[in-house]
Design a protein around this ligand. Structure first.
Ligand code: MN
Length: 146
């Protein structure tokens, strides 16, 4: 796990976002935070390797089959971030409000370098979901599987 990038982007004296507290958990946390930053987006987070693997989804995540969303992988976040809501102050990285849009658990069905298959158990997102990595590595496509 590596939270150096997460920590280097934030001033913890100014933001109320969590510093890593390395909580132990079952390893199944799924959360999507609606983040009203400069551009409204949705942060998809899945617990893997002791951190929250994170993607910024510029449009509303795919509730139904047939919708494909770009998901831009961003820095790993600490597990404690799954419960974060609030306002990141002006001038800080990601300034704007963060609220929980969906939350629950997930099961990792398949994990490859360029493809993740997960079974999401949330309130808005429910069922099999796929993340496929595009050529430029940072960009993934996120969609619901039939
Ligand atoms: Mn964000």
């Amino acid at each position: 796990m590596n939270l150096k990038e997460y920590e280097s982007k934030r001033t913890f004296e100014k933001t109320t976002e969590p510093k890593d507290k390395s909580e132990k958990s079952e390893g199944t946390t799924y959360v999507i935070q609606k983040h009203a930053a400069t551009h409204l987006h949705y942060d998809l987070r899945l617990e893997m390797d002791g951190v929250l693997k994170s993607w910024a989804v510029p449009k509303e995540p795919p509730v139904n089959f047939g919708i494909r969303r770009l998901a831009i992988q961003v820095e790993d976040h600490p597990l404690s971030y799954a419960n974060f809501t609030g306002t990141i102050p002006e001038g800080e990285y990601g300034a704007g409000s963060v609220e929980i849009w969906d939350k629950g658990t997930f099961k990792l069905i398949d994990r490859k370098e360029d493809k993740l298959v997960v079974e999401i158990n949330g309130e808005k997102l429910n069922g099999s979901y796929v993340l496929v990595r595009l050529k430029d590595k940072k960009n993934w496509i996120f969609f619901k599987k039939k």
